[in-house]
Design a binder for this molecule. Sequence first.
Ligand code: URA
Length: 423
Amino acid sequence: MDAIEVIRAKRDHGELTTAQIDWVISAYTRGEVADEQMSALAMAILLNGMNRREIADWTQAMIRSGERMDWSMLDRPTADKHSTGGVGDKITLPLAPLVAACGAYVPQLSGRGLGHTGGTLDKLESIPGWRASLSNDEMLDVLRRAGAVVCAAGSGLAPADKKLYALRDVTGTVESIPLIASSIMSKKIAEGTGALVLDVKVGSGAFMKTEETARELAETMVALGTDAGVRTVALLTAMDRPLGRAVGNALEVAESVEVLAGGGPSDVVELTVRLAREMLEAAGISGKDPAEALADGSAMDVWRRMIAAQGGDPDALLPRAAETMTVEAAESGVLTRLDAYAVGLAAWRLGAGRARKEDPVSAGAGVALHAKPGDLVRAGQPLMTLHADDTGRFARALEALEGAYTVGPSTAPQLPLVIERVT
Ligand code: URA
């Protein structure tokens, strides 16, 4: 078999055979298919698509490129959540300890932010001492001690996806439903969770801008998970506006701790509790209700154990950016729109995100929102506070926010927080 034959088949709208897919993924992982050949194939897939059988074969081949984790030695079911990424999406931070407090083990491999979307590991790394990289034995130890672990995927997990994702990032081939679905699901299936809830974001701040594309991605991923024996459910959720009132690493940790303490913004609490119920149901666990575990402090207890088990100090003061700037409302009325992408871009330019994988992020940078869509605002009232390590970053963040919000005479309809459930 050779790469040119596989590329031509997809270029000419053909269906790739299982043998072709197995060969191309394994030869690419070994370095025998060149990056330029894989880029051409990824572009042909982006343009011409793959059917469900091809996507399933592609996913299985990526799983087989590396190790598959196994949690069968644990005495309780495992459950995990994956979000397709958004602005202010800190849900994993309160969710993982909450679900553990209700009786499941949560072994979660997470990623870093790239572009305008934040990454869970970057957020947790703003806690002094906290470590993202754990060996498999350390991961198991944290799980046993705390019930939940959130850490970076080791290099042995779906290495084909690692290589391919880096290539797609620089060849304009990220935005393909077959490639996104297989990339996410190869890692989640290899991670070995028994139950999986997918939070598929919809709107300007998400990969998927429309409900139709989000639904197609959700259905594809649910089918991949189910066929691989993982009980999988997806929710389509709103990402036309930021989630919560904090966007940025340490700012989001602080907001998550508020939620674990029984407070926090209502949208973050609602989504955390809903996802927790879905995870517990998918794992077959009934008993303690997640709302109760937030109220009685048991989720906070797990959070503190989980952070400490990974070297973090749950009582340490979080880093703060040296400089702040307030953005005020120009007129009075109702905030009818606050664009998620623009706020994410502003936070990124303030230093909360990175342009290239190897760049550092600022722990304290970001945007604190003082009003959300639906809130009444008065002219001159602070709408948001920008946080940055140096004042030189404010001008470009303000540029990103131009036209990002609207104040009108009355409330405007917005997407419901949970739009749809896909099984
Ligand atoms: N996240 C992933 O892990 N893979 C993609 O392709 C897109 C988002």
